[in-house]
Design a protein around this ligand. Sequence first.
Ligand code: CA
Ligand code: CA
Length: 159
Amino acid sequence: MNWFESYNYCRSIGGDLLNIESQEELQALQKYLLEINIESQLWTDGNDLAREGRYMSHTTGRPLVFVKWLSNNPDNQLNEDCIEGRMQGNDKTLQMNDNKCEHEYYAFCQYRATTMHCSAPTSLMNSNENCMLKNIAEAFTQAADMHNACTQHTLQPTA
Ligand SMILES: [Ca+2]
Ligand SMILES: [Ca+2]
């Protein structure tokens, strides 16, 4: 799928494209990809579509907080605006590369972290109660998304 299709796909199953936020998370994913023997290129949520050179997480709407770039990247060669990850090198480490959004790779999805928004410094919801409400609302949204995805699936004409 191209990057946009990948994003839609992840949304349709109640998630988002992957947003890697730390070295620890990267290493855990790297270990997992090694275990299941995946070497394909995989779309993450990172992109600089809105403004060249400003890499944003499509999932959080905020600047990327962590990127492990492949050497000599990002290079924006022929206008590359979407970030793919792949296992690279003899030591097989997970690295990121800006690439053309139209390229067809696999979607790398994550399910939503319901506490993610509560600890953000810019969040308006700082108290524990508001945070809890926010989590409940988010869980409901996820359930509704999944329900819609299932409904759409089952309502498709079969003739
Ligand atoms: Ca770019
Ligand atoms: Ca590149």
